[in-house]
Design a protein around this ligand. Structure first.
Ligand code: AGP
Length: 610
């Protein structure tokens, strides 16, 4: 949602560390930014609207050196993305940066106003500054004022607070929004997420909900809300800082599309036996699948689309009844779940509030929970009974790509794992399923070679204002995913539909101004039906891009239709191949339109508000 950084150390480095940290967190929010630095008896705050670049320009004009500082890049929740609403927010000697939402801020603001406080912004965060300042009397330490100030605060927050009166201190608080801390020789770092501090240290402390950290140049101390000091171990994070860079690609998204075969290999490695044709998850050694009668998969956005594919995989391979729900819908439904229900919560970030809160609600109803996430120590990783990790590496582009395909392959392997544990499949079938798995990265690599041809294709289609994406069976969710990719980075309206649904209404939309992307890998069950859909659309003057493994489709195409040939692969793993041209199509159309592909408007990489 927003990015927070903090630093205590070499006065000459403070500004640079803050700005570099914010740059690596820009994917979390980027509609305004600011920093605040303190030294003995002096405090400087610089804030700007828009991209981080605007803040950098403003800071360059001021020669600021100070040993302690905090910074923030914002995705607006309360108050427009203006300079006046940019963080840090201050009251008296206190300055604060905040990620999350204060749900009772208007009541608190009313009470503070009644006590004479005056506000300059429309944000919930400024209320926090006033609450702390009100407690921060002579002789009261900053951390004491922060604890007292937050006593009545409700909602989600990760905050970093500093004071002009105690320039060698940053106080940090975590509740429902992530915060990590690290140190190197004579320097201390704090951030919302690992990429901001990985260049300085790989030994990371992950704060837990309810922790309050008091950081000075000489120490990092962590307390719980009752003031007892607690220990949080450092965790070695093996992400290479280079992995976070663009590695020569124009955008993180393009890099991450091309990283998919490696991400798949990293995710499957060590989890299957090529000789025994079995699958094992060390994270599930204590998991008893015997009593599970139903699986419910929860996710949002692209993770929801992976969930829909998961249903096909689990029911087809493991024979377990599987439902899928949007996390945001599940929360407010009268669900029928019990201790025989397995909840599978899917989330790249592991911090999506809708999904983490749905997981907690399901646990409270007695369900067994497995988190499937890409980020170690994330909220979902900590809340679930069991956690299985994708090994996609850091996904920086807001539009999810390698996380999606590694989620699918992990669910595929979990389905095989469950089928073997429950003696649902014999050796021959598990051999076929494992062999398909092993051949997949090479097939994805072949699909990646479509990059340049789809770049050419995009030129013909980037001026259309509407698209329809169609798929059947396990490729119906791929139609949803392909349309989401186009929508979120090019801002072109696109809808994904089950191809069989066209005749029940959407076909009324078809004309020469509504291109149709038809996902048609050659598989027995659906191919003839898809051919029928193709004819229906052609008969109404529609223009079609067909994604298929059957080159004979070429003979059916009209002069304005186009074909994208993908390699043959198993039906159950076909989404991992069919999605790649759709990722490229969205990317190259958006690139032609000049949109901000890695940081699309109105979006954030991690949505930590419900
Ligand atoms: C996908 O491209 C979007 N960025 C968005 O739909 C995303 O998948 C969704 O917000 C869920 O995020 P999560 O996987 O981190 O929970």
């Amino acid at each position: 949602m927003c990015g927070i950084v903090g630093y205590i150390g070499n006065p000459e480095r403070t500004i640079g560390v803050l700005l570099n940290g914010l740059k690596s967190l820009e994917y979390r929010g980027y509609d305004s930014a600011g920093i605040c630095v303190v030294s003995e008896g002096e405090r400087n705050t610089v804030r700007s609207e828009g991209k981080l670049e605007n803040l950098k320009i403003k800071i360059e004009d001021k020669q600021i050196t100070a040993p302690t500082g905090i910074g923030h890049t914002r995705w607006a929740t309360h108050g427009k993305p203006t300079e006046n609403n940019a963080h840090p927010h201050s009251c008296g000697p206190v300055s604060i940066v905040h990620n999350g939402i204060i749900e009772n801020y208007s009541d608190l603001k009313e009470e503070l106003s009644a006590r004479g406080h005056e506000f300059y912004s429309d944000t919930d965060t400024e209320v926090l500054a006033h609450l702390i300042e009100e407690q921060y009397e002579d002789g009261v330490l900053l951390e004491e004022a922060v604890l007292k100030g937050f006593e009545r605060v409700e909602g989600s927050y990760a905050v970093a607070v500093l004071s002009e009166n105690e320039p060698d201190k940053i106080v940090a608080l975590r509740k429902f929004s992530p915060l990590v801390i690290a140190e190197s020789e004579n320097e201390k770092f704090i951030a919302s997420d690992v990429p901001a501090i990985l260049p300085y240290s790989k030994n990371i402390i992950f704060l837990e909900d309810g922790d309050i950290a008091v950081i000075t140049s000489g120490s990092i101390k962590i307390y719980n809300y009752s003031g007892q000091e607690i220990k949080r171990d450092k965790k070695l994070i093996n992400w290479d800082p280079v992995m976070i860079e663009k590695a020569g690609y124009r955008h993180y998204m393009l890099k991450e599309i091309h990283e998919q075969p490696r991400a798949i290999l990293d995710t499957i490695r060590g989890r299957f036996s090529e000789s025994e044709f079995t699958v094992e998850f060390e994270e599930l050694l204590k998991f008893n699948s015997k009593d599970i009668s139903k699986i419910l998969i929860l996710g949002c956005g692209t993770s929801y689309h992976a969930s829909l594919i998961g249903k096909y995989l689990i029911e087809s391979i493991a024979g377990i009844s599987t439902e899928v729900d949007l996390s945001s819908e599940f929360r407010y439904r009268d669900n029928v779940i019990d201790d025989k229900t397995l909840i599978l919560s899917i989330s790249q970030s592991g911090e999506t509030a809708d999904t983490s809160e749905a997981l907690i609600a399901a646990k409270e109803q007695g369900a067994v929970t497995i988190g499937l996430t890409n980020v170690e120590m994330s909220k979902i990783a900590r809340e679930a009974d069991f956690t299985v990790y994708t090994k996609a590496g850091p996904e920086i582009g807001v539009a999810s790509t390698k996380a999606f395909t590694t989620q699918i392959i992990t669910i595929y392997m979990m389905a095989v794992y469950l089928a073997i544990k429950r003696k649902k499949i014999d050796k021959d079938l598990s051999k076929d399923l494992i062999r398909s798995l092993i051949s997949l990265p090479k097939l994805m690599q072949v699909a990646l070679e479509l990059d340049s041809s789809i770049k050419v294709l995009a030129k013909e289609f980037h001026t259309y204002k509407n698209f329809i994406y169609l798929g059947r069976g396990i490729n119906y969710p791929v139609a949803l995913e392909g349309s989401l990719k186009l929508k979120e980075i090019s801002y072109i309206h696109a809808e994904g539909y089950a191809a069989g649904e066209m005749k029940h209404g959407p076909i009324a939309l078809i004309d020469e101004n509504m291109p149709v992307v038809l996902i048609a890998p050659k598989h027995g069950n659906y191919f003839q039906k898809i051919m029928g859909n193709f004819q229906e659309i052609k008969a109404r003057g529609g223009r079609i891009i067909v994604v298929t493994s059957d080159s004979s489709f070429q003979n059916q195409l009209g002069k304005d239709d186009r074909i994208i040939l993908i390699p043959e692969c198993s039906e159950l793993l076909s989404p991992l191949v069919t999605v790649i041209p759709l990722q490229f199509l969205a990317y190259h159309i958006a690139n032609l339109l000049g949109t901000d592909i890695d940081q699309p408007r109105n979006l954030a990489k991690v949505v930590t508000v419900e």
